[in-house]
Design a protein around this ligand. Structure first.
Ligand code: ACO
Length: 357
């Protein structure tokens, strides 16, 4: 059998820190309200030198260095983001351009669940035998889409990037099961406006006589959210998806060494952990320092959990996320790199693709 071990991990955040005290100066809020309702104390926001690309590239270099790999080793780059620097080209192509190498490259948008969707996609490419080495990046600079006069949203979000490198192995490592879900009837619960047709008469646009009215883009689109609705949805799908993915891997919740949840609200994480009966030392939480970093939050949390020595070879990790769409995703990951060196040395033959792959 062929599996997709995580051999490298990394993260990057902007230097600029936005504290709760800073937000008190912007909107009618307080440190006490933000900490008690969300668990967030500060978040990072992109400054003039930062971009989705710069953060993603820094996280990717970190992941490559930990894996002892170089960009030329990468077969495919998948980037999960809803805040690419350009509409066209893809964020993944921009990352490849900075890193070097000639990997295939494309983006996924599943909002805050995007990293787990990307991990499942990358794992499938490796398990099928199509690729051996894939860089998966979760990155969002969503503070670009925050209205800093809206206290209901502006306290929650921050910017950041996380990346993992996946490599083929013959040992059961990496993602052993995944659950992906979506409910498009919930689009209105959390979205950033796009094109509209309500611009009135076309004015003196010389193309209007032939093309008729054309849609326009809001110049400063801002995130809109029904917080309570998202909260209820989040607790339910986090618990359901975590249970499902553990069962799908043939395990039980007692076998889970670490839950690494999307960091959206401390109360959502606590409620899910309580329902799943997972003690605090088996749940990784770093929302206090970064807020909700969307697709970056799980690979950032993973990177910090590994750096803290909380993840060991053979451990079972559950990644679980929810986000705009509405979407959700969970992944059961067996940590470690067993079999990767052998696979590298023999050019991949040690991890033959499945017979039907
Ligand atoms: N400071 C002070 N008061 C506030 C603030 C604030 N920043 N925000 C809201 N309030 C007020 C409200 O106006 C309301 O006042 P009222 O009772 O006088 O009307 C009161 O606080 C309670 O508001 P609620 O919305 O009920 O507060 P709640 O406890 O639900 O917390 C929150 C709001 C934090 C947004 C919560 O609902 C939440 O975290 N929801 C999930 C959001 C989420 O995870 N979104 C990201 C999804 S991931 C992605 O794809 C990007």
């Amino acid at each position: 059998m062929r599996y997709a071990a995580i051999t490298g991990w990394g993260m990057a955040v902007p230097d600029r820190v936005l504290t709760n005290a800073d937000l008190e100066a912007l909107v009618d809020t307080s440190d006490e309200w933000i900490v008690s309702r969300t668990g967030i104390r500060e978040r990072r926001i992109a400054g003039p030198g930062d971009s989705n690309t710069s953060l993603a590239v820094a996280a990717s270099r970190d992941a490559l260095a930990k894996a002892g790999r170089v960009p030329a080793d990468i077969d495919l780059i998948i980037t999960a983001t809803f805040t690419p620097d350009l509409f066209l080209a893809s964020q993944a192509c921009m990352i490849q351009a900075e890193l070097g190498g000639s990997a295939a490259a494309f983006d996924i948008n599943a909002a805050c669940a995007g990293f787990v969707y990307a991990l499942a996609s990358a794992t499938s490419f490796i398990r099928s035998g199509m690729y051996r080495t894939i860089l998966v990046v979760g990155v969002d600079t969503q503070t670009r889409f925050i209205d800093y006069t809206d206290r209901a949203t502006c306290v929650l979000f921050g910017d950041g990037a996380g990346a993992v490198l996946l490599e083929a192995t013959g040992e059961p490592r990496g993602e052993l099961a995944s659950v992906l879900g979506a409910d498009g009837s919930g689009v209105q619960a959390l979205y950033v406006p796009g094109w509209t047709w309500d611009d009135g008469p076309a004015g003196d646009d010389p193309t209007a006589a032939v093309l008729g009215p054309r849609p326009r883009l809001d110049t400063h689109p801002a995130m809109l959210m029904q917080g309570n609705e998202v909260f209820r949805f989040a607790v339910k799908v986090m618990c359901d998806a975590a249970r499902q993915v553990v069962l799908k891997a043939g395990l039980s919740l007692d076998d889970v060494d670490m839950l690494i949840p999307h960091q959206a609200n401390r109360r959502i994480i606590d409620a899910a952990a309580r329902t799943l009966a997972l003690p605090r030392d088996r749940v990784w939480i770093n929302i206090d320092r970064y807020g909700n970093t969307s697709a970056a939050s799980i690979p950032m949390a993973l990177t910090e959990a590994v750096a803290a020595g909380k993840v060991a070879e053979g451990d079972n990790l559950v990644f679980v996320a929810f986000g705009g769409g509405l979407s959700w995703a969970a992944s059961l990951v067996r940590w470690g790199t067993a079999g990767v060196e052998r696979c590298r040395a023999d050019g991949g033959a040690a991890a033959a693709p499945p017979a039907d792959g």
